[in-house]
Ligand binder design. Sequence first.
Ligand code: GLY
Length: 130
Amino acid sequence: MHDVVAAELLKLNQRLLDSIAGADWPTYQSLCDATLTCFEPEALGQLVEGMEFHRFYFQLPAAATPCTTTMASPHVRVMGDVAVLSYVRLNQRVLGDGSPVTRAVEETRVWQKRNGVWKHVHFHRSVPAE
Ligand code: GLY
């Protein structure tokens, strides 16, 4: 049972990451709770709550440039109706000069099941130390 739930959550989380890579705001919004909280480098150390901060990035002209997103060594901890996913996110994209580049970031994402539906409620992203 745990494996089934973990697989479902990994699929949902991959969908979330793909929606970011594809600048697909409707999908991203549908997977997130409206009160989503986060710590991410873009927020400069502040805890951000809500969706508007994130919408900004989906509206950028370059937001939908091709990008492949991989969750490396994902770990899933299910605690009833709450789950924590931890992994290193690898983003592959092509720069303006045609050269491919990979960026790695550490992510923890929290999901909560409400009324039978998993919603993304919190995440923390940091850049690995060099
Ligand atoms: N900045 C949006 C996200 O990583 O979920």
